[in-house]
Design a protein around this ligand. Structure first.
Ligand code: G
Ligand code: MN
Length: 352
């Protein structure tokens, strides 16, 4: 049974390196309820199996200079043999948080392999292709988080886990592999979804800057995708962070535009380069009213100098309608499913 299946309450952890206490919030019925509560690492070591105290401490040590870019990924084994994984990262030098994933049924009699022999399910980002609407050439990707066994991670979970830095690292790496043989095409890009907590990290713009420099990426190679929801908690600070991200060379895309949280104020204030029309909106482009709304939004985007990506396109017919209405870029299952990094690079070779 997978306790992190959609609908089940999420188990989480938070770690304070100053007090040396890890707080595990584990919902009843999640299969690891016995772990709920506050633990020192030493006490936790006694209730999990097959793990040395040193390794547990190693996983939670603050990085060099309290480096918040570091991902914490600590695999534990319960006495009944199931694996528990604590994944997350430092949000600040004195605060690390993340989620708890409980995996597997208790084994019957078979001896289980040593923990060290079992690779943890890694964060497996996938990359969904985005095409130029007119030429239908591949022009970029959106990076999406997936856990090992193909389990999709809701962006809200990512927010809690603070894993944006890992996604940015993967995105920059993929982008570095997207080279062109001819110089007449626009620079390719890779988009990453960031959340409110990510925006609150003071070192985010420096992190993006360092990635750009390390891979020698041109401006716009990394696109930060944000919903208005992500900026709502502290609007002023979020806008200042967006400005710094733009200075660092990232482009900003207003994500899920036209659904839920996306106001005209958002359009007015955010220093954005593009907007992404939400699937809710594009999916209704069969109706004349929806087409009027879409062409209105696209006209507004034009006035503001924003390019427009139509998202969630599940049919060729919709892709054609959105092209007709003036969308610059197209994304959706009808054009391309999310791909592994190697498949994304292979597609780039034939479609760019
Ligand atoms: O909110 P955001 O735009 O980041 O959402 C991207 C999500 O939408 C991803 O989880 C991706 O797998 C999903 N997605 C992408 N294209 C389609 C599509 O054509 N149809 C549906 N239903 N989901 C899609
Ligand atoms: Mn997105």
């Amino acid at each position: 049974m997978d306790t992190n299946a959609p609908g089940s309450p999420l188990a989480s952890w938070s770690w304070n390196p100053e007090t040396g206490v890890i707080d595990l919030t584990v919902p009843a019925g999640s299969g690891a309820f016995g772990l709920a509560g506050q633990w020192t690492l030493d006490s936790l070591r006694h209730v999990v199996d097959g793990l040395s105290g040193a390794r547990l401490r190693q996983s939670f040590r603050p990085g060099q200079r309290g480096d918040t870019a570091e991902v914490i990924n600590c695999a534990l084994a319960l006495p009944d043999g199931r694996r528990v994984q604590l994944i997350g990262g430092y949000l600040a030098p004195l605060e690390a948080r993340g989620i708890v994933i409980v995996e597997g049924e208790p084994p019957r009699a078979s001896p289980r392999p040593a923990l060290e022999d079992v690779p943890p399910p890694p964060l497996n980002p996938v990359f969904q292709p985005i095409f130029d609407a007119r030429t239908r050439r591949l022009c970029g990707f959106e990076a999406l988080a997936r856990w090992g066994a193909g389990l999709a991670v809701d962006p809200r979970v990512l927010e809690e886990a603070g894993l944006a830095s890992a996604m940015l690292l993967h995105a920059a790496e993929l982008r570095a592999g997207l080279t062109r043989t001819t110089g007449d095409q626009p620079e390719p890009f890779v988009g990453v979804n960031l959340t409110a907590l990510d925006l609150a990290r003071p070192d985010l713009p420096e992190f993006v800057s360092a990635l750009q420099a390390a891979h020698r990426l041109p401006p716009g190679a990394l696109v930060i995708e944000l919903t208005e929801q992500a900026a709502l908690r502290d609007r002023k600070h979020a806008m200042a962070t967006l400005e710094r991200l733009a200075e660092a060379g990232a482009h900003i895309a207003l994500d899920d535009f036209g659904a839920g949280h996306s106001s005209f104020a958002w359009l007015l204030e955010a220093p954005a380069n593009s907007l992404k029309l939400d699937a809710d909106l594009t999916g209704r482009a069969g109706s004349p009213r929806a087409r009027s709304v879409i062409s209105g939004v696209i006209a507004m985007a034009r006035e503001l100098g924003l390019s427009v990506t139509a998202e969630g396109l599940e049919s060729e017919a919709l892709a054609d309608v959105l092209t007709e209405l003036g969308a610059d870029r197209l994304q959706g299952f009808a054009l391309g499913r999310p791909l592994s990094a190697s498949a994304a690079l292979a597609l780039w070779q034939v479609r760019s």
